[in-house]
Design a protein around this ligand. Structure first.
Ligand SMILES: O=C(O)CCC(=O)C(=O)O
Length: 308
């Protein structure tokens, strides 16, 4: 898939490479159908003028906006991530922690089969966000400015996952958040909101600066015929360390993964995931959004969620 995608820098060229591949006797039907999902037709639900309107209202129509500094944009381009600073205050954090802990209790998502990682999916469109407490998670202008810098104005929310590394757990294989390796135009941006402080010991996310430009998905792409040891340390990796309330936005082709929480406290984080407007979404927002959440959202928020 990586080879087919990177065979051209336009969808027409990728389509031609896919058609050639599909004719081969050893072609994998799943690889063909996955690539087809991206190449068949644009998958935006709203006309693109809606997200253009939203970006305009947020002061993000122009790439030269000053919501992000030049140094922050350079950090995203060069390293693949940026620390957007502390964007949530102590009261917001306290309320959020209570709400996340209650959701884990209710959904039982901290079970052993999750390898000690408590998870809740689609948080920002669930009843737990009926009062808008979690709106900054997908709507904060600094975060959207980072997403806009990487993807351009035609962007949409494609998922939000709460991720809590329990004491003793949290280590993940190194990975990127896309099915194959992508060279050239990035397709996805992710953000990790630090609901608790991230320290060297408590399971902070590890990232490998610059790997978003490698065009390699570490999980699937082999090197000299050999798969990687995904659990091993990767040369150049660093940990994302910061105070509670901070948000790190990253080009989601950047190699990263959770690390083991070696403390006796929870390491709570919330992810917000974005893609290009025309590409598939990892969550079916119209199908999962809570009615009350939907009803209180305005045109700008709905444009970010790409829902009518
Ligand atoms: O929360 C983290 O430290 C990383 C989570 C992650 O990369 C994932 O679940 O895919």
């Amino acid at each position: 898939m990586t080879e087919i995608w990177n065979a051209a820098d336009s969808d027409a060229g990728r389509r031609a490479a896919l058609d050639e591949y599909a004719k081969r006797a050893d072609a994998h039907p799943r690889a063909v159908s996955l690539l087809e999902m991206f190449l068949d037709r644009p998958l935006n639900r709203l006309p693109l003028t809606e997200i253009e309107y939203a970006m305009d209202r947020l002061g993000l129509a122009d790439e030269d906006n000053d919501v992000l500094s030049r140094a922050e944009k350079e950090s995203l381009d060069r390293d693949g991530y940026v620390n957007l600073g502390r964007l949530l205050d102590a009261d917001q954090l306290q309320e959020m922690r209570g709400r996340y802990d209650a959701a884990i209790e209710e959904e039982g998502a901290g079970a052993a089969d999750k390898k000690g990682i408590g998870r809740v999916v689609d948080t920002v469109v669930k009843p737990m966000n009926q009062d808008g407490l979690l709106d900054p998670i997908f709507m904060h202008p600094r975060l959207l400015a980072a997403v806009r810098h990487v993807l351009g104005v035609h962007l949409k929310y494609i998922g939000s996952n709460y991720h809590c590394a329990m004491p003793g757990y949290g280590h993940q294989g190194i990975h990127a958040d896309f099915v194959w390796g992508v060279k050239g135009e990035p397709q996805v941006v992710n953000a990790v909101w630090l609901i608790d402080e991230f320290t060297e010991e408590n399971g902070a996310t590890r990232i490998v600066p610059g790997t978003h430009r490698s065009g390699i998905q570490p999980i699937t792409d082999v090197v000299n015929g050999a798969p990687r040891d995904l659990n091993a340390p990767v040369e150049g990796e660093v940990r994302v360390i910061g105070c509670a309330g901070s948000c790190f936005a990253y080009n989601a082709h950047l190699w990263h993964g959770g690390t083991q929480n070696c403390t006796n406290r929870l390491r709570r984080a919330q992810h917000a995931f974005f893609g290009r407007s025309t590409r598939p979404s990892s969550t079916d927002v119209p199908a999962v959004i809570d009615r009350q959440v939907y009803e209180r959202l305005g045109r700008v928020e709905r444009a970010i969620l790409d829902i009518a």
